[in-house]
Design a protein around this ligand. Structure first.
Ligand code: NDP
Ligand code: 2IT
Length: 453
């Protein structure tokens, strides 16, 4: 059977069997279509029915999470852990707490994670989890209660050699602490079952910074391959969470000028460059809205989401050389991509998972803007999580510089792998194809070697 027919068959299977999981379908469509050149070249993947196997999670765990709020009322949420693929290592991937989380969200993220983790060159399988719990407006006590209830259901399914969750949207150091404390209480084991831990109890230095720093290292590698660099470039960053903050910090270190950030309520444009100290204070310490930034004594503008016309986001309409979408999925529309092109943007570097909509991605690729797919550009976070697992296994703690040097090397290797693979398949610089084929090939070959399991 021709590979194009098999791809359509598998996509139809997903559509028929995963109704309403649009984000998962979108992620699968992007990956499967880009595999065509590999599938045409080597028939073994179709002979071993790899496509049919790889789009079905090995295990999906769905559970009720009930917890007591501050008023003494029982609240109910849904928890998920999708253990997608353990061929090349224990399941690894973050937990997301956000009201929009559904099984489809967790499946899209878990599917992407398989190939991302393979690209790091490390032994980690793909998984993702989370809940439709909304941390906003909750007291510290409520966050703790929720995390404890969530872990009470999850702990039986995870372990240092089995499945090692970490943070994602809405899950940072505080939540990892509460989750870890409850795991220890339930099992009596102090083990590296989560990453992103506190530095005094098994966390790795530079894990907090890793996704943002890694994203910037990736962009620099990509630009260097075309005789360019970040130095002096004006950069638009979206989001103002973990990934966005450390992207902005590293951009300054590389001599670039990050001029924007955003949250779910609005966008800040600061022409002279975002004040990183104030941003950290507003977001990491006070957990406040970015509107606070607009009250600082500086020449910046704040555009509330409600003031922005349909079909686009203010942040992508600010003139820039490079765009770093670092908030959430499908945040960059076709309208936004056109504005980026018109303003002379030369690279879109995905810090978030799947932030670019399919039609926007098509436009970007056709218009000659360089494009770094998230599964390559944001892999520094999970790679450093694996470094945390290594340190836990040997009871060691490496210095910040040691971890940062390893992170730089890993990002350079991910870039090289994706770039060389794009050349191998006659589409030099198309890192969507390069990253998808390189990640898939490693996992698929291992699946074949491990037989019908
Ligand atoms: P955070 O929770 O720290 O920050 C998320 C940011 O994105 C916030 O500014 C938030 O605004 C904004 N945001 C989230 N959801 C929405 C939405 N639906 N609409 C508009 N804005 C939104 O998360 P991270 O920085 O950790 O994650 C950002 C992205 O990076 C995600 O796609 C995540 O999957 C990806 N990623 C994260 C890694 C990590 O190590 N943390 C690793 C690799 C990828 P507000 O606060 O107003 O909600
Ligand atoms: O999307 C991701 O790669 C993450 N949220 C980090 C996962 C991890 O295990 O560190």
């Amino acid at each position: 059977m021709p590979s194009s027919q098999k791809i359509e068959e598998v996509l139809k299977y997903i559509k028929d069997n995963s109704p309403g999981q649009d984000e998962f379908y979108q992620a699968a469509q992007e990956v499967l279509y880009s595999l065509s050149p590999l599938l045409n070249q080597d028939p073994k993947y179709l002979e071993h029915n790899i496509l049919e196997r790889i789009v079905v999670p090995e295990r999906s765990i769905i559970f009720r999470v009930t917890w007591l709020d501050d008023a003494g009322k029982v609240q109910t949420n849904v928890g998920y852990r999708v253990q997608f693929n353990s061929t090349i290592g224990p399941y690894k991937g973050g937990l997301r707490f956000h009201p929009t989380v559904s099984l489809g969200t967790v499946k899209f993220l878990g599917f992407e994670q398989i190939f991302k983790n393979a690209l790091t060159g490390l032994q980690i399988g793909g998984a993702k989890g989370g809940s439709n719990f909304n941390p906003k407006g909750k007291s510290d006590n409520e966050i703790m209660k929720f995390c404890q209830a969530f872990m009470t259901e999850l702990y039986n399914h995870i372990g240092k050699h089995k499945d090692v969750p970490a943070g994602d949207i809405g899950v940072g150091a505080r939540e990892i602490g509460y989750l870890f404390g409850q795991y220890k209480r339930l099992t009596g084991e102090f083990e590296g079952v989560l990453t992103g831990k506190g530095l005094d109890w098994g966390g790795s230095k530079a894990r907090k910074e890793a996704t943002g720093y890694g994203s910037v290292y990736f962009a620099e590698n990509f630009l260097n391959a075309y005789g360019k660099s970040l130095k002096g470039k004006r950069c638009c960053v979206s989001g103002s969470g973990n990934v966005a903050i450390y992207t902005i910090e590293k951009l300054y270190e590389m001599g670039a000028i990050p001029v924007s950030c955003s949250d779910s309520k609005g966008t800040i444009y600061h022409e002279d460059g975002i004040d990183i100290k104030s941003l950290k204070s507003i977001k990491e310490i006070h957990h406040a809205s970015l509107e606070e930034y607009a009250y600082l004594d500086c020449a910046c503008t704040y555009t509330p989401v409600s003031k922005y016309p349909e079909g686009g986001h203010a942040v992508w309409h600010i003139p820039c050389d490079i765009a770093f979408p670092s908030a959430t999925q499908n945040e960059l529309t076709l309208n936004d991509a056109k504005a980026l092109k018109m303003n002379g943007c030369i690279l879109v570097n995905e810090g978030a998972n799947m932030p670019t909509m399919p039609d926007a991605l098509e436009f970007i690729q056709e218009s000659g803007i360089l494009f770094s797919p998230g599964k390559a550009a944001n892999a520094g976070g999970v790679a450093t999580s694996q470094l945390e697992m290594s340190q836990n296994a040997s009871m060691a703690q490496w210095s910040f510089e040691e971890v940062d040097i390893k992170l730089r090397t890993i990002m350079q290797n991910i870039f090289k792998t994706a770039y060389e693979t794009s050349k191998e398949f006659d589409c030099e610089g198309d890192l969507v194809t390069g990253a998808n084929i390189a990640g898939f090939r490693k996992v698929a070959n291992s699946m074949i070697e491990q037989g019908a399991v």
